[in-house]
Write a protein that binds this ligand. Structure first.
Ligand SMILES: Cc1cc2nc3c(=O)[nH]c(=O)nc-3n(C[C@H](O)[C@H](O)[C@H](O)COP(=O)(O)O)c2cc1C
Length: 380
């Protein structure tokens, strides 16, 4: 236990618990980040935004850059394929939005992103990756803002990129690299390869390495650190419908073994708090629409009945939500059989990773063929 890291240092930014909320499109908005931050210390990353959208002043992109009043450390994930746009976007984030951390997305497996050579496809072009990182790092440096990158193992088992990406991140002045132990081809299927995370960690001695993939409980985070030697962990699907996981994680990194097992009354209160924060940030109509997808995760494994779940999935006011919550049995104990099991996206591997024509022919390309879509905020 004594070997667990006590904090995470990203350049000049100190994160008191070495735990990062994974950026998740459609999930990690201001309301959710606040909800998680109420549970425990960590770094809570905003949903991915596109650099082109930001540079061109796209309204949807600007709206996504909403922060909670209590969010003192603003952390944003940027997507981009063009070094110039990424540099400009990094500058805007620092100068106009007061961000304290920028993460760059090189892991997205979504076909409409990889088709343009973006996300998880991009690190195949080593020079381009280096150029993007350098532009972002030098734009953020005058503000003292650390830039990190998040990536996957590679495009598929025959086209791995993570080891080179780590070296390039270190050489480009990145403050850390996070590795999701799957390839783009695997999407969210199978198990994350923690051995690859360990390999990356062993190869880098100047920057922290963060491990990502399949942390469902706080004990998994401790095990990942022990097995791979990583400096911190990035947690995505494990906290869907379970923001209290951040409480357990914060305790775990101080050596305590805590597994919060809220009963249905406590879970309903958390769900209600989440809805209230969404409504505060987005208004009642949008906030209630947003909470719908979270309800399934909150209620996973609890006795709620199909009909009540169905009505909850259609909720459109906070008053309705309260009335429906009142029908749940608050004394129902936490379904312990759910502990340690996957939640959220899983699915099957991709049959084929969609890439730009001739993408795999060489690894040296520059930012020539790539066109970024200003509204492309699918994430992944
Ligand atoms: C709904 C959803 C949206 C995601 N959006 C993003 C994103 O915008 N940027 C990113 O780097 N990763 C994204 N991811 C991937 C997660 O950040 C994370 O790498 C992945 O889920 C593996 O970690 P986990 O096993 O802890 O979930 C997304 C994942 C999910 C489930």
């Amino acid at each position: 236990m004594s070997s667990l890291p006590t904090h995470l240092q990203l350049g000049s930014l100190r994160v008191d618990t070495p735990v990062v909320l994974a950026p998740m499109a459609g999930i990690t908005n201001a309301a959710y980040r606040r909800l998680c931050a109420e549970q425990g210390a960590g770094l809570y990353v905003c949903e991915m935004i596109t650099s082109r959208g930001l540079v061109e002043g796209d309204e949807t992109t600007k709206k996504m850059l909403t922060f909670d009043e209590l969010e003192t450390v603003r952390s944003v994930q940027l997507y981009g394929t063009d070094p110039v746009y990424v540099g400009k976007a990094a500058e805007i984030l620092c100068a106009e939005y007061g961000v304290a951390h920028i993460d760059l997305n090189f892991g997205c497996p979504v076909p409409k992103v990889t088709r343009k050579g973006g996300g998880g496809a991009l690190p195949w072009k080593r020079n381009l990756l280096g150029e993007i990182l350098e532009k972002a790092v030098s734009a953020a440096a005058p503000y003292g803002v650390p830039v990190t990158m998040k990536t996957r193992k590679g495009i598929d088992a025959d086209h791995l990129t993570f080891m080179d990406a780590g070296r390039i991140a270190q050489e480009s002045g990145c403050a850390a690299i996070a590795l999701h132990g799957r390839t783009v081809e695997q999407a969210y299927s199978g198990e994350a390869d923690w051995a690859a995370i360990a390999e990356l960690k062993a190869s880098l001695d100047h920057i922290p390495v963060l491990g990502n993939g399949d942390i469902w409980e706080a004990a998994d985070a401790v095990r990942m650190v022990e097995e791979t030697g990583v400096d911190g962990v990035v947690v995505g699907r494990g906290c869907l419908g379970r923001p209290w996981l951040f409480r357990d994680l914060a305790a775990a990194f101080t050596g305590e073994q805590v597994a919060t097992l809220p009963d249905l009354g406590e879970v309903s209160a958390m769900l209600r708090r989440h809805a209230e924060l969404l409504v505060e940030h987005m208004g009642e109509e949008r906030g209630c629409k947003e909470i719908r997808k979270h309800i399934t995760w909150y209620l996973k494994g609890f006795p709620a009945g199909g009909e009540l779940r169905h009505r909850l999935a259609l909720v459109d006011t906070l008053a309705d939500l309260d009335a429906l919550i009142a029908e749940l049995d608050p004394t129902a104990p936490f379904p312990v059989q759910e502990l340690g099991t996957p939640r959220g996206r899983q699915g099957a591997p991709r049959k084929r990773v969609v890439l730009p024509e001739g993408w795999l022919d060489d690894t040296d390309g520059h930012g020539c063929v790539i066109a970024e879509d200003a509204h492309d905020t699918t994430g992944g």
